[in-house]
Design a binder for this molecule. Structure first.
Ligand code: SAM
Length: 282
């Protein structure tokens, strides 16, 4: 059953419009996440940066081949397929958008990965799996959408076996009291536009605490902003002119994702990119 707290209509607006579909399919080649650039690498190769970020995730999960892993908010399954092919993991993805799940299944079948990836409808606040079902879990740029991040983290904890590993990747702001009123107004408009209720509830100041409250031991809270910023800068450079032209032709929210990459650059001063690695104690 769909929770009344889940803003499905908002998520459909963010990901379901033809402009978003074109952006994610043609530009991002189905991935719906940012990228990791090493110092000294060119910022322009965004697809390489995305593959590198998936590599970082696989290494942080650090699980043996054949491990069962949950992908919370799997989108069209790009990350799940990377975990299966590059790290030998067996991935179950859940998402609340039927059209993402449809594409995820189709793309996995096309890559002959349907035996090692599966995709189910599920809200990660209330997962339909027994306790201790998974050796690992990750959330790639999805916890920002959580309507109740504490509940989502508790659910990840429940479905992990003792010793299981969690990696949470994504953007977050500094604590509200550390931002100027102008900065807060900017970031909050962005957060509302993109349906990021989670981003109003957690921030750089409380994420470790929330993980511990769910029962996890925090192994690492990595501020990876320097590795993510080149992707922001490149996307801004690629899209600011098309964005300016399209905004003259009609309502720009048809191109919400293009607007998002342009806006993300404007709010970059208030955005940190973190990778949290946590373990469910034995
Ligand atoms: C930015 S996309 C990331 C997709 C994928 N992780 C990737 O990196 O390509 C966020 C995804 O989270 C999903 N999502 C949002 N809230 C969710 C929830 N409560 N339960 C499951 N999935 C959710 C969205 O539908 C969307 O597919």
């Amino acid at each position: 059953m769909v929770s009344a707290e889940l803003d499905l209509a908002g998520l459909r607006r963010v990901y379901g419009r033809p402009g978003s579909w074109l952006f994610y399919t043609l530009v991002a080649r189905n991935a719906r996440h940012w990228g990791w650039t090493e110092p000294g690498q060119s910022k322009w190769r965004c697809w390489r940066a995305q593959r590198q970020l998936e590599g970082v995730l696989g290494r942080k999960l650090a699980l043996p081949t054949g491990s069962q892993v949950l992908d919370a908010g799997c989108g069209t399954g790009t990350v799940a397929r990377a975990m299966a092919t590059r790290f030998g993991l067996v991935v179950t993805g859940v998402d609340v958008l039927d059209f993402h799940l449809r594409d995820a299944r189709r793309l996995s079948a096309r890559a002959a990965l349907d035996g090692r990836t599966k995709f189910l409808w599920g809200d990660y606040h209330a997962l339909d799996f027994p306790d201790a079902s998974f050796d690992g879990a990750y959330s790639m740029e999805t916890l920002v959408h959580a309507y109740d991040p504490e509940r989502a983290l508790a659910e990840f904890f429940r479905v992990l076996r003792p010793g299981g590993r969690l990696v949470v990747l994504g953007p977050m702001s500094p604590p509200p009291e550390e931002m100027s009123p102008q900065g807060r107004a900017l970031i909050e408009a962005y957060i509302d536009d993109m349906v990021f209720p989670g981003a109003k509830q957690y921030h750089t100041g409380n994420m470790n605490q929330l993980l511990r409250k769910a029962g996890f031991q925090v192994e690492e809270a990595l501020d990876a902003t320097e590795n993510y910023l080149p992707t922001s800068a490149a996307l801004y450079a690629y899209f600011r002119v098309p964005y300016a032209l399209l905004s003259r032709l009609g309502p720009i929210d048809r191109w919400l994702n293009m607007r998002s990459v342009v806006q993300m650059y404007h709010v970059r001063k208030y955005v940190y990119w973190y990778i949290h690695t946590a373990v469910k104690p034995l």
